[in-house]
Design a protein around this ligand. Sequence first.
Ligand code: NAD
Length: 494
Amino acid sequence: FGNGKAGGGGGLVVPEIKFTKLFINGEFVDAVSGKTFETRDPRTGDVLVHVAEADKADVDLAVKAAREAFEHGKWPRMSGYERGRAMNKLADLVEQHADELAALDGADAGKLLSLGKIIDMPAAAQMLRYYAGAADKIHGESLRVAGKYQGYTLKEPIGVVGVIIPWNFPTMMFFLKVSPALAAGCTIVVKPAEQTPLSALYYAHLAKLAGIPDGVINVVPGFGPTAGAAISSHMDVDSVAFTGSAEIGRTIMEAAARSNLKMVSLELGGKSPMIIFDDADVDMAVHLSTLAIFFNKGEICVAGSRVYVQEGIYDEFVKKAAEAAKNWKVGDPFDAATNMGPQVDKVQFERVLKYIEIGKNEGATLVTGGKPTGDKGYYIEPTIFEDVKEDMTIAQEEIFGPVMSLMKFKTVEEAIEKANCTKYGLAAGIVTKSLDIANKVSRSVKAGTVWVNCYFAFDPDAPFGGYKMSGFGRDQGMVAIDKYLQVKSVITAV
Ligand code: NAD
């Protein structure tokens, strides 16, 4: 990575970091308070850079800029085609800067550089292009109004949108929300996670280069209880699109309820089941289920953290899964041979290790892993527990780390019952050769996404979101644009 400097200890490559200030009304600015906060490199725990820290006063300025751009600016008044052109240009710029951006997310979040380049950045560009293509297809309907009237609906942008996102996919989270909001003609205030503010600031810079007018995208890095709460309780924010934990989702709904009753959409946590039937190809099932929990070090809301295996292939599965887990190479995410990088920060690292201890204390059997690894940074071995019972903490709570809980089942009905034995409902995986079983389980499992004989198959056209305490509202798909639109009925006497 050419323009980087050695740093962070151990000769690690650290990308050049160009943008560390708040982005408000098209300019990079210091926080009103002058405060900054540290973002750290999870490979070493060292400080990567200091970033301007937004507070309520900065959020007020960002919302003011977004309001002005919404009420008087060009963006909501442009044709959908023109908005789409600017979004396509932004997609081109994301692609042109993909290496640098993947390195930023790599150093800020511990994400694999190799995957950032081939997954996160292309997916971000694809998301922008999908909604760029939708921008000129947003239209109302004519209505059948009884009597001497005629009626139609208008679809209007909802206004100023607050976006509050987590650290596990800094790039994808940004574009999942920002792309449909831009297509709809909204203006936006984004608060990235305090652990990973860097790429969002870079995207603000690229948006300006792409010709997206000042005030349309504002980025205010800062902490949840200050900057985040200032957005969710703001009287002049019309909608909040949130991804994060169920606990904070509740806090955001409360803040919205107590302020201006703004619209809220919540993409929250998960405890997704991976259900493997006797007729499955065991090697494929092992591949999919280890991928489902160890990809992105388990820091993914749809991680297949509960693995249910039918009794006929259970023993073979456990043996092969343990071998597969040991083959996941844990190490520097900038090393092309690495499969799994470090947990994002010390808090998350300690949290995952605590869950591993709880698993042991509650009587689950550790099959493999279970320990930190490496002499610095926040690395944890790929971990598998068996003899897990549904009521154990590790089967109920979202660990958000590389910890698989294995359970055995006998019948299809039992698998469905156990899969649904959770407060969450984000995703589920099914591995079987039987179409009947696949159909029955897909329809019975309470989850927003079901993957059959695959996992993590994402597409901008596939709506994504949760049942139960995994939230409500959908990202992706044409349906996501509705979150950023108002529908107005116009009835005329004839
Ligand atoms: P988190 O809920 O702690 O934080 C998410 C965001 O909310 C951060 O930007 C944070 O600063 C902000 N925040 C915190 N307190 C706030 C407050 N009082 N008011 C307003 N904003 C506040 O979650 P996290 O630890 O960053 O991320 C992990 C969680 O996110 C997991 O539960 C995971 O499942 C979930 N997640 C869900 C999805 C999904 O699409 N469903 C995707 C990724 C992550």
